[in-house]
Design a protein around this ligand. Structure first.
Ligand SMILES: [Zn+2]
Length: 355
């Protein structure tokens, strides 16, 4: 399948929630959009200019947390992924939960998230799903959406058990699905039931339009991979648009997809540009360089545990991201990472003292 991606995702009702379109039964209410005012924060800021676009980086323990206009957060949960997309006061769509329920719970609490209209679990590896009880703890979770591949079976069974106990319905993501939650909307790009999940990577694909020096063919073998590649390549991939007053912010959330699935996604979407890239698979060395060249992100987020035994992130992958023009943030060094602001005034704030 080759789902069309509607655009430009500008919400006529912006700012969000004032008259939310409220897809899937969820209606966000007004979200405070005050700018960070603390002069102390400004003193700690550095400004990175990219053409007319600005990424403001804030590192402060004294600033309000989270920034009132936060849009996206990568939790510091050790080796794993736990992401949040703000959809209204005290509410967020959560994507993965990390390996530790306590850390997932603490992160969402630090963001003030009490309602989760949707919890997406990209795949069933423990570093993405074992924190589910922490997300469920004390929160209203309306729906859980998973990949279509119940592998590893232990993870799939545990998720089913937790969902059943909490009386949360579960669904499966599929390429072509489109959802909207106020100013937030996305298309599911992967998994695609009709696609070859282990394609021949030597097959030519459309040349990226980016001028990145990294736009060469992948060096990987066609059927290589790492342990757990099957579940990794079944990861749910979300192409998220957030409407802001001066344009959409686009995020590509990639789970742990490896070059076979990366190749398939790029083949279906050769113009897949995004402002923020959640780097696949914790920055593993096993990446399709074209992903970075095509996506050409302003911000790359690597969710990774300090001192992990996998060698994540690989220096080569960090170089791919920075070589494509991105400012790279890593949860192992930066702690919790939050994206806030608008398309023309994108800000990244980090904080290490969340737990
Ligand atoms: Zn993982």
């Amino acid at each position: 399948m080759n789902p069309s991606i509607p655009g430009p995702y500008l919400d006529p009702d912006y700012p969000p929630g004032r008259a939310s379109r409220g897809g899937d039964g969820f209606r966000s209410t007004s979200r405070t959009r005050r700018h960070l005012a603390a002069a102390a924060v400004v003193a700690l800021a550095t400004v990175l200019a990219s053409a007319a676009l600005t990424v403001l980086v804030l590192r402060s323990r004294s600033a309000p947390w989270p920034p009132p206009d936060w849009l996206f957060a990568a939790c510091d949960v050790g080796q794993g992924d736990a992401l949040a997309l703000a959809v209204g006061p005290a509410a967020a769509v959560v994507v993965d939960t990390g390996p530790d329920p306590a850390k997932a719970d603490r992160c969402l609490a630090s963001l003030g998230v009490r309602k989760v209209p949707l919890l997406v679990l990209t795949h069933f590896h423990a570093d993405h799903v074992d924190g589910v009880p922490g997300v469920l703890h004390g929160r209203t979770v309306t729906e859980i959406e998973t990949t279509d591949d119940p592998d590893p079976p232990r993870g799939a069974a545990e998720v089913a058990s937790w969902a059943h106990a909490a009386e949360v319905p579960t669904t499966q993501a599929a390429a072509g699905e489109h959802r909207e939650y106020g100013a937030l909307s996305w298309n599911v790009l992967w998994p695609d039931a009709a696609a070859d999940r282990n394609p021949d990577l030597t097959r030519p694909k459309p040349k990226p339009k980016s001028d990145s020096k990294h736009s060469h063919r992948p060096r990987t073998s066609s059927h290589g991979g790492e342990e757990g590649s099957g579940p990794n390549n079944a990861s749910v991939v979300l192409y998220v648009h957030i409407a802001t007053r001066d344009g959409p912010i686009r995020l590509l959330l990639t789970g742990d997809i490896e070059p076979p699935a990366q190749h398939a996604v790029l083949a279906a979407h050769p113009d897949l540009a995004a402002d923020v890239l959640k780097v696949p698979h914790h920055g593993s060395a096993y990446q399709d360089p074209d992903l970075f060249a095509v996506v050409h992100p302003r911000v790359a987020v690597i969710s990774v545990g300090a001192g992990n035994t996998y060698g994540h992130p690989a220096a080569r992958t960090v170089d791919l991201a920075s070589g494509a023009g991105a400012r790279v943030f890593r949860t192992d060094r930066d702690g919790q990472i939050v994206v806030a602001g608008t398309a023309l005034h994108l800000r990244v704030a980090t904080r290490r003292d969340t737990h």
